[in-house]
Design a protein around this ligand. Structure first.
Ligand code: NAD
Ligand code: AKB
Length: 327
């Protein structure tokens, strides 16, 4: 198929944890006017809503989504709108509906309008019973225990199906838990790894909903953005995989994260009060093997736990001092 240039991008779920930062970076690279942010929620006051076009749309509305793509001459969709693992267990049918209808709509639009590309993140939530916990391979048993994981496995298969059947250039990567300082996460099991930094700055203490020793794969937002754009811009002819790349970066437990924060805030304390999210975390790997991403599109993460903690605390502290921690 070869790689075709992208000139106009629609981001769904643009107001979420990843979308809010990825959209800003895509606008820097592709031009403010060429990246349409969209979300179920209305246009926000801040830069994201003002710097470029914004459309309020429900991704389950196929015609609404197609209309936006036609009006803006979209040639790539970065499809981020989804219901995540913890929220998904509270309302599994909603998770199924939003995650599957949203993705099939994006893929059908790509097929119908002959878009250049669709990018849809998957997750470490595709893994479950029967796969190795350490260095979980690219190809392994996929038996998730959450509805979110079920939708992510089905989503990967759908992306690969559209590649093989219709020649749609669909790409996806299995993000680990994403840690970021701009927008709070939206209902996942790894959310603790963001909340803990806010609590460290604000209160000097945190009660964690996972236990001290549960080790999960994680990634800092700059690497999340880099991985997504690297994959978008990768040469199609080098890709053997399409919708399901493992991407590794770092792995840590809440205890190890606490220790890294205590290097900067020695009095910081975490207590542990695991809830229903513990079982979800227990079903996920502690690290992944991302050889395919490294070989097929040169994936290299840049941040480790120490560098991430330093940057998170610096950024959140500055906001706290300006009275803007939760802006
Ligand atoms: P988020 O929950 O922070 O944001 C999702 C956004 O989608 C929200 O702004 C929400 O308003 C919007 N949305 C929800 N339902 C919608 C609908 N029906 N129509 C339109 N918009 C809707 O999620 P995120 O963390 O930014 O995740 C983005 C993608 O990355 C998702 O596919 C998620 O599964 C995947 N992912 C995220 C992580 C992570 O740690 N953040 C890890 C693995 C995979
Ligand atoms: C979640 O915890 O649901 C997400 C994910 C790993 O997919 N952060």
């Amino acid at each position: 198929m070869g790689t075709r240039a992208i000139s106009s991008i629609l981001v769904t779920g643009a107001l979420g944890q990843i979308g809010s930062e990825l959209t800003a970076e895509l606008r820097r690279r592709y031009g403010d006017g060429n990246v349409v942010a969209s979300d179920l929620r209305p246009r926000p006051e801040g830069e994201l809503g003002q710097a470029g076009p914004f459309e309020q749309v429900n991704v389950t509305d196929a015609e609404g989504l197609a209309d936006i793509c036609r009006r803006h001459g979209i040639d790539a969709i970065v499809h981020l709108a989804a219901v995540l693992s913890a929220s998904g267990e509270r309302d599994p049918l909603k998770a199924w509906h939003v995650n599957m209808a949203g993705l099939i709509n994006a893929l059908e639009i790509a097929r119908d309008l002959e878009l250049t590309q669709v990018v849809c993140p998957s997750s470490i939530a595709v893994f479950g019973a029967g796969c190795p916990k350490e260095d979980t391979p690219q190809e392994t048993v996929l038996k998730p225990s959450t509805m979110y994981g079920v939708t992510k496995v089905a989503g990967e298969l759908l992306c690969d199906y559209y590649v093989a059947r219709y020649g749609v250039d669909a790409r996806g990567l299995r993000y680990p838990g994403i840690v970021s300082a701009e927008t709070l996460p939206g209902g996942g099991t790894t959310d603790y790894a963001v909340e803990i930094y806010y609590a460290a700055i604000e209160k000097g203490a945190y009660t964690c909903f996972l236990n001290e020793d549960t080790k999960l794969p994680m990634m800092y937002m700059p690497d999340c953005i880099k991985s997504t754009i690297d994959l978008m811009e990768a040469d199609y002819d080098r890709l053997i995989h399409h919708g399901d790349f493992n991407v590794g970066s770092m792995s840590f437990s809440a205890g190890e994260l606490t220790a890294s924060i205590r290097e900067h805030i020695p009095d910081f304390r975490t207590t542990y009060n695991p809830d229903y999210r513990q079982a979800i975390a227990d079903s996920w790997p502690s690290s992944v093997d991302d050889t395919a991403a490294r070989e097929e599109w040169d994936w290299r993460p840049e941040y480790d736990l120490r560098a991430m903690t330093e940057d998170m605390l610096t950024r959140l502290r500055a906001r706290h001092e300006a009275g803007l921690l939760y802006r």
